[in-house]
Design a protein. Structure first.
Lengths: 255, 286
């Protein structure tokens, strides 16, 4: 897939080391706008590491060395002087385990906007409702916005976390195995939600579940041992993989 | 699986169980005896007058009102200083410091500091605060000495509770674009309030129970003063007064009365601190 105006994230020759261990090897990938890109591969293949690189969450880990470039809307996110806080506002993250803050549902959603300086009550009320509606959880929580978010079920918590990410109006949503800790019903709700969200957002999702990748994604990238083995349209990749290793993985011969 | 245990095995199990029961009973009995004995000897000597007057040589009466005040002053002054100091140091070490070696050296030093006998703190406090800084023998010099003594406790308990705040909260907040200090202020600190409070409880207990360090630094006067005047002048806390009455004047009834009051005071402080911690926690749970 060649880079074009439609790609929002463009990764070139990305390598990443944890100390002496090279976790990512020469990754080149262009992620198109308003699509769902699935990252698949066995545990430890680097897909989560790659995801975290996209909004510089790896900055939090000491001893990480990165070479190559990640361009977001044409600008290198590792360039000196990049406002990491603003970058993370535009590229939101949903984590593997739902991690609502131990505060009220309202305060959870308002956390991001408040971080970025929005104090106006009416405006915050607006954002909270819009975000919760956006994450398809408004009807379930609208009567208990002041209750603690930890009282929600796992699936609700994860949708709350998606709403929390939406509240800062990002362009890209990174999801790190967002359904791996959830039951099948909650999982299908999140999948439906992801497919609705791609009209407005670009979604990159790490998943262990190949059916999930087939169900929701437009493009799929297969990682193995820190390398990007194959990247292409999901349908094509799952029907006619070009690389033997991809074929072995998606037919369940290892993983 | 249904096989019965062999007799030897069963006897061993029963024996161990009996041993554990006996140990528990012994500890329980010891504690009850101690508390009971102190209360039994002390309470008959506690009168309203005893609690609310100053000692008078002319009337040959003993009152501990100034000592109660002094104790409260020292507790307040020490906690006010040690709490922000210890909590800030803990936050720095756990959340900011990147030099792991330096952190472990400081932690080790703090650990060592908390094992030093209090009389050494008293000696150093006397030479440094009273003499070198010319504070004379005063409650403030005593409080500052106790600050040094309790700093490791507050720091370590805060650090431990910082560790219990899930990393996922921090990630979530960073992921939304929050800066380091905002993450600490809004997500990390509220999660470790109970640890800070338990550090406080431990410290208050140590402050109330401290005599050696204060004998050197805070003196033995029994005058009633306001808070700030009190800090500037010499004064005996309850524990120091207990020592003086028992050791130098042979007034064991008075000493036991003070002991009973100290025990009640500690109990009240612990209960109220726990209540505060609970109410903080409640707000954060469902």
């Amino acid at each position: 897939m060649e880079a074009n105006e439609k790609s929002i994230l463009s990764v070139k020759e990305l390598c990443l080391w944890y100390g002496n261990h090279q976790a990512l090897k020469n990754i080149n990938i262009d992620i198109p706008k308003n699509s769902i890109t699935a990252l698949i591969g066995p545990s430890g293949c680097g897909k989560s590491t790659f995801l975290k690189t996209l909004d510089r969450m790896n900055d939090l880990i000491p001893d990480v060395k990165i070479t190559g470039s990640v361009e977001y809307k044409g600008e290198d996110i590792f360039a000196p002087g990049v406002d990491v806080s603003e970058l993370r506002r535009q590229i939101g993250m949903v984590f593997q385990k739902p991690n609502p803050f131990p505060m009220s549902i309202y305060d959870n959603i308002a956390y991001g906007p408040r971080t970025h300086g929005i104090r106006n009550r009416a405006k915050l009320d607006d954002i909270v409702e819009k975000s919760l509606r956006g994450a398809a959880i408004w009807d379930e929580v609208k009567d208990r916005l002041r209750k603690n978010a930890l009282g929600l079920s796992g699936g609700q918590q994860q949708r709350l976390c998606i709403a929390r990410a939406l509240a800062v109006e990002p362009d890209v949503l990174l999801m790190d195995e967002p359904t791996s800790a959830l039951d099948p019903i909650s999982t299908s709700k999140i999948e439906e939600l992801a497919m609705q969200l791609k009209e407005q957002y670009t979604i990159v999702i790490v998943t262990h579940n190949m059916q999930q990748a087939v169900r929701i994604s437009d493009n799929t990238a297969f990682f193995l041992l820190g390398e990007l083995v194959e990247y292409g349209k999901t349908e094509e990749m799952f029907s006619q993989p070009t690389d033997k290793r991809t074929e072995d993985y998606i037919t369940g011969r290892f993983g | 699986m249904n096989k019965k245990l062999s007799p030897g095995r069963r006897a061993y199990t029963a024996g161990m169980k009996a041993l554990m029961y006996a140990s528990t009973a012994a500890i329980g009995a010891l504690v009850l005896f101690l508390i009971g004995y102190v209360l039994y000897r002390g309470i008959p000597n506690i009168t309203w007058k005893f609690l609310t007057t100053v000692p008078s040589i002319l009337n040959d009466t003993i009152g501990i009102w100034p000592d109660i005040l002094n104790s409260i002053y020292v507790v307040i002054a020490t906690i006010i200083i040690v709490l922000p100091l210890g909590v800030c140091a803990a936050i720095y070490l756990s959340e900011y410091a990147s030099n792991k070696k330096l952190v472990s050296i400081i932690e080790y030093a703090a650990e060592t500091l908390s094992g030093i006998p209090s009389i050494i703190y008293g000696l150093v406090g006397m030479l440094f605060f009273c003499e070198f800084l010319k504070m004379q023998t005063s409650l403030m010099a005593g409080a500052l000495t106790l600050v040094i003594m309790n700093l490791p406790t507050v720091m370590r308990t805060t650090q431990e509770s910082l560790k219990t705040v899930p990393q996922s909260y921090r990630e979530g907040a960073f992921g939304l674009g929050a800066g380091k200090w905002r993450v600490i202020r809004t997500v990390v600190l509220p999660g470790c309030v109970d640890g800070v409070i338990s550090g406080c409880i431990l410290s208050v207990g140590r402050i109330l129970g401290e005599s050696a360090a204060l004998l050197f630094t805070a003196g033995i006067a029994h005058a009633v003063n306001g808070f700030f005047m009190g800090l500037k002048s010499s004064g005996a806390t309850l524990t120091v007064a207990l020592y003086i009455y028992a050791k130098e004047r042979g007034e064991f009834g008075v000493a036991f009365a003070i002991a009973a009051i100290l025990m009640l005071l500690t109990l009240i402080i612990n209960l109220s601190a726990e209540a505060v911690a609970r109410s903080f926690k409640k707000k954060r749970q469902i």
